[in-house]
Design a protein around this ligand. Sequence first.
Ligand SMILES: Nc1nc2c(ncn2[C@@H]2O[C@H](COP(=O)(O)OP(=O)(O)OP(=O)(O)O)[C@@H](O)[C@H]2O)c(=O)[nH]1
Ligand SMILES: [Mg+2]
Length: 193
Amino acid sequence: MEIHSVQFVKGVIGSEGLPKLALPVVAFFGRSNVGKSSVINSLVRQKEMARSSSSAGRTTEINYYLVNDGWYLVDLPGYGYANRPQAVRAKLEKHLSWYASTDEVHFLWVVLIVDAEIGAKDSDRRTFKLFREYGRNVIILANKADKGGRNDMMKSIEKLRKEFPNCPVIRYSAKTGEGRIELLQTLFAEEGK
Ligand SMILES: Nc1nc2c(ncn2[C@@H]2O[C@H](COP(=O)(O)OP(=O)(O)OP(=O)(O)O)[C@@H](O)[C@H]2O)c(=O)[nH]1
Ligand SMILES: [Mg+2]
């Protein structure tokens, strides 16, 4: 599977605004600043398609990108960004929970991105539980694998494999492109389950 074409479709704010065309979705969840937008850019090999930023809280809408005219890549706002006012954070997290659980979206995969060095946090575990409740196919993507020492990184990935034994765990770097082929193969090997 290669990516031949990609175009921005729309940013969804409320629960009414999903794209009319119901195509399979690969959605990227994760804590704020973990690199969701960067992973999408690295996957489609376009530097600035999904807006990424060194300051957390960059993505504020549920952004839909149409790929190969056949499926959507969805870039989500991050959860757990401490500097947002509590009310804004609560609203955003409610919106994310709605999106993760709605039957209006046909999820091929949800990709839960964690920081390869830090591993999964409680907010990630809560999100994972929600995916499981709704029967989503989950990939754990350990991003920023270019950072940190080799041994620590290996231990950290091993820990993720133990913690999420039933999911593919992929070591990834949006910066170097490590893991890109493995992610594409995993996304399309089984067309979900
Ligand atoms: N070293 C390294 N830095 C990365 C990698 N991926 C992302 N970053 C950096 O991490 C920061 C956040 O990246 P974003 O892609 O904006 O993160 P996000 O998860 O979309 O953030 P929000 O939209 O705020 O939730 C940026 O400074 C990126 O350059 C990676 O694989 N390696
Ligand atoms: Mg983002």
